[in-house]
Design a protein around this ligand. Structure first.
Ligand SMILES: *Cc1c(COP(=O)(O)O)cnc(C)c1O
Length: 408
């Protein structure tokens, strides 16, 4: 089967809407277009019923004991902001300390930076070479002033899946709230807010084959009851925690996407894992000096972050421009700074500058994988053929021992 170009291999940046999701959404634009807050007529009731159904679907996917624990937002950036700022605001008399990790998404890191400006103290824990945080480090970092620990479920750049269960045990024992940015792992890896003692969880629809611009925050309502200060005030929607007319069609789609994930996510991950391994082994067996960034064992099935030494990531991306991938992080690729996630796992400059993130997903085919593998192999060889550094490397010169003349 021939592949059609361009090929999308950037599933950690976003995902296409599943056609089954779209068809659930469509009636809510034109026929059932009511405002879910309208209590006086059938249009409103219909919309409200649809929203509550979606709330159930999402709660079920993550193991929440009640659909009331789910609050709809505009996406995970807002959910992260609401969780972290909202909790910090509410519990500021109890403590002023938050713990997170160096490899969190910017929506968490920049929110924490804002808290620091407002007088809170934040501990950014390091991770190991695989990108894993050590639960013991969290235990040691907790003080009597700690109010919140925030650790992501799976990393968006290198796919590392964090050990949330042991972390949740610690935070529960120490009476500290536990938030997770669960965006990348939802429905793809084990995740259960009860089993993992998660108190707040951020989710977004567009990373799981739902529409963009809709997300949710799980806020535990019992054992313990989590309180927070709303960040958007208005009509008192979502039990006062997030005002604003609900985006009903998108919420309906989000619910459907969650249901599909619950029913098919496990099997799908197996299939995607096999494709990912096919891509990895093809490339790794044809090229020398290629390295996988992040853990192979504790990793999202659909993530392959690889470095191709003696090749600039940006140059390789240009060379395979019919294939949509990202180098470094999609969110910061406007800058040429190497990714902070690769820095955090101790990747040397060469590795950080030559990394490409391949993101595989629901609609990735074997033919696409084979096409991409062959193309990457060909282009990397070509780019290396033009590289004097690679030439020197092949001649056995240790590049680290070379005294370079100043460039400026
Ligand atoms: C995409 C992403 C976000 C941001 O989600 P939006 O819904 O686009 O705001 C947050 N965290 C992680 C880990 C992500 O991958």
């Amino acid at each position: 089967m021939a592949v059609s170009l361009p090929i999308f291999m950037d599933y950690q940046s976003t995902t296409p809407v599943d056609p089954r999701v779209l068809s659930e959404m469509l009636p809510y634009f034109t026929q059932k277009f009511g405002n879910a807050a309208s209590r006086s007529h059938v249009f409103g009731w219909q919309a409200e019923e649809a929203v509550e159904f979606a709330r159930e679907q999402i709660a079920t996917l993550i193991g929440a004991s009640s659909a009331k624990d789910i609050i709809f937002t505009s996406g995970a950036t807002e959910s992260d902001n609401l969780a972290i700022k909202g909790v910090a605001d509410f519990y500021k008399d109890k403590g002023d300390h938050v713990i997170t990790t160096a490899t969190e998404h910017k929506a968490v890191l920049d929110t924490c930076k804002r808290l620091e400006k407002d007088g809170f103290r934040v501990t950014y824990l390091g991770v190991d070479r695989d990108g894993l945080v050590d639960p013991d480090d969290i235990k040691k970092a907790i003080t009597s002033k700690t109010i919140l620990v925030s650790v992501m479920l799976a990393n968006n750049e290198i796919g590392t899946v964090q050990p949330l269960e042991p972390i949740g045990k610690i935070t529960r024992e120490r009476n500290v709230l536990f938030h997770t940015d669960a965006v990348q792992g939802i429905g793809k890896v084990d995740f259960d807010v009860q089993k993992m003692n998660v108190d707040l969880a951020s989710i977004t629809a567009h990373k799981m084959y739902g529409p963009k611009g809709v997300g949710a925050l799980f806020i535990r309502r019992s054992k313990p009851r989590v309180r927070l200060v709303s960040q958007i005030d208005g009509g008192g929607h979502e039990r006062g925690m997030r005002s604003g007319t609900l985006n009903v069609p998108s919420i309906v789609g989000f619910g459907k996407a969650a249901e599909i994930m619950r029913l098919e996510g496990k099997e799908e991950s197996k299939r995607i894992h096999a494709l990912r391994e096919r891509l990895r082994t093809k490339i790794a067996s044809a090229l020398e000096e290629v390295y996988v960034n992040g853990s192979l064992e504790h990793r999202l099935a659909g993530n392959l972050n690889m470095s191709f030494h003696f090749v600039e990531g940006e140059a390789l991306m240009m060379a395979i421009k019919n294939v949509a991938v990202s180098s470094g992080s999609a969110c910061t690729s406007a800058s040429l700074e190497p990714s902070y996630v690769l820095r955090a796992i101790g990747a040397p400059d060469e590795t950080a500058h030559s990394s490409i993130r391949f993101g595989l997903g629901r609609f990735t085919t074997k033919e696409e994988v084979d096409y991409v593998a062959d193309l990457v192999i060909r282009k990397v060889k070509h780019l290396r053929d033009m590289s004097p550094l690679y030439e020197m490397h092949k001649e056995g010169i240790d590049l680290k021992s070379v005294a370079w003349a100043p460039q400026h």
